[in-house]
Design a protein. Structure first.
Length: 411
């Protein structure tokens, strides 16, 4: 159980800013404790060979305590040290380098962990590069380089010059690489968090849009049911209300059930003339003239047919609620290449597309949903001249597309 929990903590950290900072804490603890593990075997030799054994041991204990403390604190905090603690970390590394010539025997400054101070300073450079302050990081690195020159003293000359220069370059290179590592990883985590937030916001907006689409026609039907109407009109509205009730139930259950029992995304096809005739029958009080013979045999995928059905219902609900039309003509036509066009024209009061803000019905249920399902929509209207909506399976012309975009964006 313990190893499984540990694997979860290390291998399955979330790719968030908090997760990255926690991963940094593991990295820092690993480097610091690893350095301490290298220091331990040589401590006895260092104490016995040092001209000031007690001072050597005190310095060694300070480094060991700092390594353990930093490891524990970062693991508990789940993020690297702050600016103050990092400054203290750099300061201790500089101090240990400066004091090293006093506690090390002559000639023991290279090639052994008895002289642990340069290795300890390197571990500080690697782990303290996660500090966010660029000034503190650069100042700490400069302090360690200067302290290392003090540490070298007279040993900097002669045969050890190349070793000394190599060690200084190592400090600088490791500092730059680890600084880039910390910064770039944090930026990746920030971008991931931003992308997740953006995706969540888009998902929320999409869900709101779906709710608007699914509920719009039902709300329109309920509004019409509250108004005085003939018995025939009320009977049609009740039928529509039953259809919308089923859709709302399906939506609330997390599905998108189409008429005929086909689920969205399935291979099921719906016969287009039959579906259009079924919708028109629900609006018997509107004097709808359905001319569907030219499209006999046409069928659409279930998802596309469902979107078209909702759009046609929304158009006829608009006619019933706003157009004050004497008649509606629904015409289905099919070309030789298999493309088709559905035209819905009423002789009602019409509207001015340039001066009217389109509502949810036209903007989302008709234009938006049909476009999302690959169908072209053209809306033509003028005050006093009725409205014509043309839905087709082929792209409209560029000019018509521009008109539709202007209408859709008017809201």
């Amino acid at each position: 159980m313990g190893s499984r929990k540990l694997r979860w903590r290390v291998a399955e950290l979330p790719t968030t800013r908090a997760g990255v900072e926690r991963a940094f804490s593991y990295f820092i603890a690993g480097v610091r404790l690893g350095t301490l593990a290298q220091m331990i075997p040589a401590v006895h030799t260092g104490v016995t060979t040092s001209p000031h054994g007690v001072a050597y041991l005190a310095c060694w204990i300070a480094a060991a305590v700092a390594s353990v403390t930093v490891s524990v604190v970062t693991l508990v905090r789940r993020r690297p040290l702050g600016a103050t603690a990092s400054a203290a970390d750099f300061a201790l590394a500089c101090l240990l380098l400066a004091l090293a010539p006093l506690v090390l025997e002559s000639g023991a400054r290279f090639g052994t962990w008895v002289a642990y101070q340069p290795g300890y300073a390197l571990s500080i450079i690697i782990t303290a590069s996660g500090v966010r302050s660029l000034t503190l990081w650069a100042g700490g690195l400069l302090g360690i380089v200067i302290s290392y020159l003090v540490y070298l003293g007279a040993s900097a000359g002669g045969s050890m010059t190349s070793t000394a220069v190599g060690n200084i370059l190592t400090y600088v290179v490791y500092a730059l690489v680890t600084r880039m590592f910390f910064g770039y990883t944090r930026r990746i985590a920030h971008d991931a968090d931003t992308s997740r937030a953006r995706a969540a916001e888009l998902a929320r907006r999409e869900e709101e849009r779906r709710a608007q689409v699914m509920m719009h026609n039902g709300v329109a039907v309920m509004r019409l049911l509250t108004e005085p109407s003939t018995e025939a009109a009320r009977s049609g509205l009740i039928d529509l209300a039953e259809v919308e009730l089923q859709r709302m139930r399906s939506y609330l259950r997390g599905g998108t059930q189409h008429d005929g029992g086909a689920a969205a995304g399935s291979d099921h096809h719906v016969t287009l003339p039959a579906m259009i005739a079924r919708v028109c029958d629900r609006f018997a009080d509107l004097n709808v003239d359905a001319l569907l013979d030219l499209g006999a045999g046409l069928s659409l995928p279930a998802a596309q047919a469902a979107a078209l059905e909702r759009a046609l219902e929304s158009l006829l609900l608009n006619v019933r609620g706003h157009a004050r039309a004497d008649g509606v003509v629904v015409h289905l036509d099919q070309d030789a290449d298999g493309s088709w066009t559905l035209t819905v024209r009423d002789d009602g009061v019409g509207f001015d597309p340039a001066a009217t803000t389109s509502g949810i019905g036209l903007r989302e249920v008709v234009v938006g949903e049909l476009r999302r399902h690959g169908l072209a929509v053209e809306i033509e209207s003028a005050v006093g001249e009725g409205t014509t909506v043309t839905i087709s399976s082929r792209p409209a012309t560029a000019a018509v597309g521009a008109d539709r975009d202007a209408l859709a964006d008017a809201a």
